[in-house]
Unconditional design. Structure first.
Length: 313
């Protein structure tokens, strides 16, 4: 199956009361692990890349790896998505290179500037069959090249959502309800206060419209402990509890972004493999192969326990 855009994927999720995982990719093993899990569980998926991933791997390499995934799993609906594009030129370049979906993040701009930039990307993308995700509100935290202090973050204003969607023509909308990028989402569990009232109000303002949640890794404490056990120094890392994300997946939130959990699983696996299990190993295929398996297991878990997207294709 050729790559698809996110329109039908998110429509199915909205009316089916489940969410689709948008998994950040950086290399071959991550892509293979994600798509293997999705193929086995018959779940659609969104493979997304950040500007940092593009800088690391290059857009051509990533595009060809994703193309290989479509050939390996011909029955699997896959969208190829730009995460946090911050300019028209970045989005245009990705569209021209074969991306089927882009996010234009104008959340740092004032409201009217955000609308102007977003609509410019929408006009270019829609003419080429590409879907667009916009953003209202700003998500705090740091992950990859995304760095916003908690003092600079703000919640999405529900009253603006209907106007924003109508004037820009976006296909989905990322909102800020208290999640955060990275593994240090909160200082402690008591700080976990997601604004479900804002989500409920937004659903009323734009009924039938797919919503996106960024900063949605759970930060499994057992995985963090494994990293630290084998030489890591990750302290006070706290994510969004799985039961909370599972409830969110049954709302209008149709796309849930997952990045940090993938990184943690890969790091824990490689550290254990090299430091404890195989200290004399120097063949990258050994530890990268195990990392690939860890990604597959993690994605399978997310699909079954959080997203609810199993057997939806």
């Amino acid at each position: 199956m050729p790559l698809v855009n996110t329109k039908k994927i998110l429509e199915g999720a909205y009316w089916g009361k489940y969410a689709v995982g948008a998994f950040n990719i950086n290399n071959m093993e991550t892509i293979q692990g994600i798509t293997a899990a999705c193929s086995k569980l018959r779940s659609p998926a969104i493979l997304q890349v950040s500007p940092g991933a593009i800088k690391y791997s290059g857009p051509t390499y990533l595009a060809k790896l994703v193309e290989a995934a479509t050939l390996t799993h011909p029955d699997l609906p896959l969208a190829f998505h730009l995460d946090h594009g911050v300019s028209f030129d970045i989005c245009k370049d990705c569209i021209d290179k074969g991306f089927t979906s882009v996010m234009i993040d104008g959340s740092d701009l004032d409201y009217e500037e955000n609308i102007y930039l977003t609509k410019s990307v929408v006009d270019y993308a829609h003419a080429r069959g590409v879907t667009v995700e916009g953003e209202l509100g700003r998500i705090s935290g740091m992950e990859d090249k995304i760095n916003t202090t908690s003092g600079d973050s703000f919640y999405t204003e529900p009253a603006q959502t209907e106007d924003f969607v109508k004037r820009t023509g976006v296909d989905s909308l990322a909102i800020a309800i208290g999640t955060s990028h990275g593994v240090y989402k909160f200082k402690n569990k008591q700080e976990l206060r997601l604004r479900f009232d804002i989500l409920e109000e937004i659903q009323k303002k734009i009924p039938g419209f797919p919503i996106v949640l960024h900063g949605s890794s759970s930060v499994n404490q057992g995985v963090v402990e494994d990293i630290n056990k084998f030489g890591g120094k990750i302290q006070y890392a706290i994510g969004i509890p799985e039961n909370v994300l599972n409830e969110i997946s049954k709302t209008a939130v149709c796309k849930i972004n997952i990045d940090s959990d993938l990184r943690l699983a890969i790091t824990a696996t490689i550290r254990k493999y090299l430091i404890f299990d195989h200290p004399t190993e120097f063949d990258p295929r050994g530890y990268l192969g195990m990392a690939r398996k860890a990604v597959e297991m993690l994605v399978s878990h997310k699909i079954k326990k959080i997203l609810g997207s199993e057997n939806k294709i």
